[in-house]
Design a protein around this ligand. Sequence first.
Ligand SMILES: Cc1cc2nc3c(=O)[nH]c(=O)nc-3n(C[C@H](O)[C@H](O)[C@H](O)COP(=O)(O)O)c2cc1C
Length: 162
Amino acid sequence: MSKYFVAYFSASGETARLAKTIAGVVVGDLYEIAPEQRYSTADLNWQDQKSRSTLEMKDEASRPAIAGKAEGIQEAEYVLVGFPIWWYQAPRIIQTFLESYDLSGKTVIPFCTSGGSGLGKTVEILKKSCSDSTKWKEGKRFSSRAGEGEIRSWIDSLGLSD
Ligand SMILES: Cc1cc2nc3c(=O)[nH]c(=O)nc-3n(C[C@H](O)[C@H](O)[C@H](O)COP(=O)(O)O)c2cc1C
């Protein structure tokens, strides 16, 4: 069991690819936050005011259900959480994930992919889904072209204990 747990949600594969590289760099367990109901192309249409993603992001209380459990997360010291940016923040399913486990005393490290937006107020919003004793490291946005070197420098810059 690794002290690093890399959990990610990815609707179209970009964050999944990044998460796999990150898990390789930290030698951590890799877990996909899989929605009970997968997002269709129509669900992801941000130009449609009535699409599933638009409706979820407009509703702060929306918590889309997750299929399966994150086995081994309780043993980890560092939980890296990856997601695509949706409407300048994390998809609501990330809040479902954080609220499903007791992450007290652990360190959460967010990472994301996007079309260009940074994390903005994302971390501020996600902190509300964890207890006060959960620690946070500064997250990072990566482009879909991010390679292992960039990821390694980011991990090194976090100063995590061995
Ligand atoms: C519903 C929706 C909303 C999005 N909102 C943003 C946004 O606000 N800013 C941005 O730069 N990209 C936005 N994107 C683009 C995604 O963040 C980007 O394509 C991401 O890399 C997709 O990751 P994935 O393949 O892991 O799902 C949005 C995409 C979707 C589907």
